[in-house]
Write a protein that binds this ligand. Structure first.
Ligand SMILES: Nc1ncnc2c1ncn2[C@@H]1O[C@H](COP(=O)(O)OP(=O)(O)OP(=O)(O)O)[C@@H](O)[C@H]1O
Length: 310
């Protein structure tokens, strides 16, 4: 998804403005609630060259508070699936619900925030003004808006950069601003499409650790598209492995990291306990291997096209 699309999603939908700010209040969902339910979804694109079957027979349920990554070869439909959940496109067949609502209603109710590979910040707005944008659009008064922006910038470690402009920040810092913005309305669901794909490895690992902490703090469910197996393993409660086009779910691999295995898919405490040390743990390498094998369908020595094993 493009930066302009991202910015447009934040700045334009007029319907959003009609929703009272109070509708965005956080409700920590009970563990049994379903954040996203995808049932029998197919997506076919009509192109000049013919029909492109991007997704076929996708069934997936993501619990409230759960962190799920989508991984698979280039072109297997990860972004397409994300776009369907985000109401940026419609399935050809099947249904999708977000907290029991249509994706359109969930968008109107600000049930989800989105963050994509390009941070999609507005260059003429300061960091604080970028983060404040969704709150402004939904009529949040100045004082609570300022307080919320301060809290968010603190959360992503950018409290000292509120008055800077995006082009004065590094790529990692810009991505933090985008994440802060996506959290502005305290969504119960975050949709993230390769948000760290353009970052160097050190920054990326720092951002992953931050995201683990932030998702545990907010209790939001996260759907995360990535090409990196270690990234998916470090972040997720479950990793959804997709097959080449037409994209189908090949396997869903539950993550078991460290000695304290999660007690359930939404065990925020277990997720918060994921520290950098885990990247050296035997369980981490075992999980990386499990996801690699799921990608290939059997033990293999080489990687799938478009998937990083570093
Ligand atoms: N708007 C569109 N019109 C036509 N074809 C499309 C459209 N969007 C996606 N596709 C096709 O659908 C398939 C899935 O694309 P998608 O971007 O979802 O894959 P992906 O798994 O996210 O790929 P990557 O990992 O390379 O980002 C691809 O063959 C792509 O060319």
């Amino acid at each position: 998804m493009s930066a302009s699309e991202n910015a447009a999603a934040a700045e334009t939908p007029a319907e959003h403005a009609a929703v009272p700010a109070t509708a965005a209040a956080v409700s920590v969902a009970p563990a049994t609630e379903t954040a996203v339910r995808v049932t029998g979804v197919d997506k076919v694109f009509e192109t000049r060259g013919g029909l492109v079957h991007a997704l076929e027979g996708i069934d997936l349920e993501i619990a409230a508070g759960e962190f799920v990554s989508l991984i698979g070869p280039s072109g297997c439909g990860k972004s397409t699936l994300m776009r369907l959940v985000a109401d940026l496109d419609a399935p050809t067949a099947g249904t999708i619900t977000v907290f029991g609502k249509t994706p359109t209603q969930a968008r109107l109710d600000q049930d989800y925030g989105i963050a994509f590979q390009q941070a999609g910040l507005l260059p003429w707005r300061t960091v604080a003004a970028n983060v404040a944008l969704p709150l402004e659009l939904h009529g949040v008064a100045s004082a609570p808006r300022k307080a919320k922006v301060e809290e968010l910038l603190d959360m992503v470690g950018l409290a000292d950069f509120a008055d800077r402009y995006p082009d004065q920040l590094s790529g990692g810092m810009q991505q933090r601003v985008a994440i802060a913005r996506s959290l502005a309305e305290q969504p119960r669901l975050l949709l993230m499409d390769e948000p760290f794909g353009a970052l160097d490895e050190m920054t990326r690992e720092k951002m992953q650790s931050d995201l683990v902490r932030i998702s545990a703090e907010t209790g939001a469910a996260v759907v995360f598209v990535t090409h990196s197996i270690p990234e998916a393993v470090f972040l997720s409660d479950r990793v959804v492995v997709m097959s080449p086009r037409p994209g189908r779910i090949r396997e869903i691999v539950p993550m078991r990291l460290g000695t304290a295995a999660p007690t359930g898919p939404t065990d925020a405490a277990a997720r918060a306990a994921r520290t950098d040390g885990l990247r050296e743990d035997r369980s981490f390498f075992e999980m990386v291997t499990a996801v690699r094998e799921a990608l290939h369908g059997a033990p293999v020595a080489t990687g799938a096209r478009g998937v990083e094993t570093r």
